[in-house]
Design a protein around this ligand. Structure first.
Ligand code: SAM
Length: 404
């Protein structure tokens, strides 16, 4: 039964700043002695809906916080050690949302063979000024799979627990995982380097945002977490909300030993905004080619946005044309945004259909769908837009809309 899956929707874009401030620690009244990294010594309350514990897929009785006013619920740590052939998973969320997770195919059926297995496409190494990074082990081409992994930790975002309280539950979540996954998680990069908040520090540097049960959650995928950021990345990721899988694919040819990168922030934002997001969220300054050539790349972005405005103009006086759409598509490509072509492909489909070229419209509508699949997944509303056109381009509202 996939019906409950719809309630769990992983977010479209991107990495998110995890609100973690070292200052919280100094002001917290929590005793530091509580922060022993040992999953067997929980002093916290157990979820009192006790009867349902054994009916779920959880290995341990959930460990729960007090009732949190802002959520109207407790948050509890749920661990399944046998998840995905013994890889394991821990989820810190409300009892209601935990049930939604438990009903997903990810928990009900064995995981596909190609999930959580090494693809042979990558290795990691230390890179100057970036920490570890992920490199191509072989030549990769457009669409080639790089990674496909499930998270070690999923956690509900809230602002009510003190940083040290939160750390306690996060540590229980990590300590209950099978050893190999626990070790991989704890070796990940940190932002603050403060051992008292080690788990949140790892989360801060490595989290993806996901929307589950109507609430923001964060998720850490330890293998994928080695991918560094670039503003013209050569790979794109998509989160599968049904199988709880994060997959990465190449968006242009990648040479052996070339670094594989994704974008932590929207590459369609101007340099200033991207840099602010990266420094607030991840405490680094990006020095990728687009950031270095910032004036040129910001001017190109502006041209792209101006063209888009024209292509979106459906007045009789509109200057929109297929030629302009092709030009915009080329600018995206020249800028290294091959993983973000859903928009220019979509405008090209509309521009061709608008002058009555339904064959070209069909070609670009399909390309737009492929780009959406690679970036947002099949469950996004945008897929439907192009399904509607592909059903019968000549009956689509845009057909000959500019040739009358
Ligand atoms: C998800 S981790 C990426 C892997 C990380 N380099 C490691 O050693 O595990 C995010 C952190 O990597 C570093 N990082 C990622 N992209 C970077 C870039 N383009 N330039 C410099 N540092 C980067 C930052 O320290 C950031 O907080």
């Amino acid at each position: 039964d996939w019906s409950s899956a719809s309630a769990i929707r992983l977010s479209r874009q991107c990495w998110r700043e995890w609100p973690l401030f070292s200052a919280d620690i100094q002001s917290s009244s929590d005793g530091l002695t509580e922060l022993v990294f040992d999953g067997s010594q929980h002093s916290s309350s157990r979820f009192d809906g006790g009867s349902s514990i054994n009916s779920g897929p959880w290995t341990y009785a959930p460990v729960c916080t007090r009732l949190l006013e802002s959520l109207g619920s407790q948050l509890c740590v749920y661990t399944n050690r046998s998840f995905s052939n013994g890889r394991g998973i821990s989820i810190f969320t409300t009892p209601r949302i935990a049930k939604e997770f438990a009903a997903l195919p990810a928990f009900q059926h064995p995981q596909a063979q190609d999930i959580n297995t090494f693809s042979g496409a990558w290795y990691t190494r230390e890179l100057p000024g970036k920490g570890m990074g992920m490199m191509a082990k072989k030549q990769l081409n457009f669409g080639d799979r790089v990674t496909a992994y499930t998270p070690a930790l999923i956690a509900h975002l809230e602002q009510e627990l003190s940083t040290l309280e939160r750390e306690k539950y996060f540590r229980i979540a990590i300590s209950q995982l099978p050893r190999p996954l626990q070790d991989r998680f704890l070796k990940l990069a940190t932002v603050y380097g403060d051992p008292r908040i080690k788990v949140q520090d790892v989360v801060k540097a490595n989290t993806f945002q996901l929307h589950a049960g109507g609430q923001d959650h964060l998720a850490v995928f330890p293998e994928t977490a080695r991918l560094n950021h670039a503003c013209a990345p050569n790979a794109q990721y998509v989160l599968d909300p049904v199988h709880l899988t994060h997959t990465v694919a190449a968006t242009r040819p990648i040479e052996p030993d070339e670094e594989i990168t994704i974008s932590y922030t929207s590459p369609l934002e101007p340099t200033d905004m991207r840099q602010r997001h990266l420094s607030d969220g991840f405490h680094f300054t990006c020095s990728c080619p687009r950031c270095i050539a910032r004036d040129k790349s910001d001017a190109t972005l502006q041209r792209m946005m101006d063209m888009q405005k024209v292509l979106n103009d459906w007045q009789p006086t509109s200057m929109a044309s297929p030629k302009l759409a092709e030009k915009m598509l080329q600018l995206y490509r020249d800028e290294g945004l091959e993983g973000f072509l859903d928009i220019p492909y979509g405008f090209a489909a509309l521009a061709y259909n608008a002058v009555g070229d339904s064959n070209k419209a069909e070609k670009y509508a399909k390309a737009a769908q492929e780009a959406i699949l690679m970036k947002d997944g099949p469950w996004t509303a945008n897929m439907q837009i192009w399904n509607e056109m592909l059903e019968n381009p000549k009956r689509h509202w845009s057909f000959r809309a500019r040739s009358r």
